[in-house]
Design a protein around this ligand. Structure first.
Ligand SMILES: [Cu+2]
Length: 146
């Protein structure tokens, strides 16, 4: 497992409440709701949150995410270790049959490295171990704006 540099540890604690957005996408039995992306300050990585649902009868695992507006996107979680919240990279994020996983501050999230803002909207594609994909356009939220 990759160790996340210490300077990132407190990064997410800056985040406030997420305002629900109407951003959503559906692909077969998979859906993404309330997708928001918060770019990092300066060249720090940004974070992405959403609700990921699987309405099928089999569990599915998110194995990668990518965007033409970012160099790299990783799946992360938070662990409490020695009283300190730390980020940890995950190889995959499993969504059980007929259930949802919420990516949210201090929990699961996507870590977005090398985000390049452009005129076009940021499109993100999630890939699953079932070879399914789902693409969506998150609402972009600046620090301190909401
Ligand atoms: Cu992270």
């Amino acid at each position: 497992m990759n160790k996340i540099p210490l300077f990132l540890v407190c990064f997410l604690s800056l985040s406030g409440a997420i305002i629900a957005s109407k951003v959503s996408a559906e692909a077969g039995s998979l859906s993404v709701e309330d997708a928001v992306f918060r770019p990092g300050i300066g060249n720090r990585p940004g974070v992405m949150f959403f609700k990921l649902s699987n309405s099928s009868d089999m569990s599915k695992a998110l194995i990668s995410a990518n965007s033409t507006s970012a160099l790299k996107i990783e799946i992360h979680t938070h662990d409490m270790k020695d009283g300190v919240m730390r980020m940890r990279r995950l190889e995959k994020l499993t969504v059980d049959a007929q259930s949802s996983v919420l990516l949210k501050p201090h929990g699961f999230h996507l870590m977005v490295f090398g985000y390049t803002a452009s005129e076009e909207k940021m499109s993100v594609t999630l890939k699953f171990d079932t070879e399914e994909q789902i693409s969506f356009v998150p609402e972009i939220i600046a620090y301190g704006s909401k």
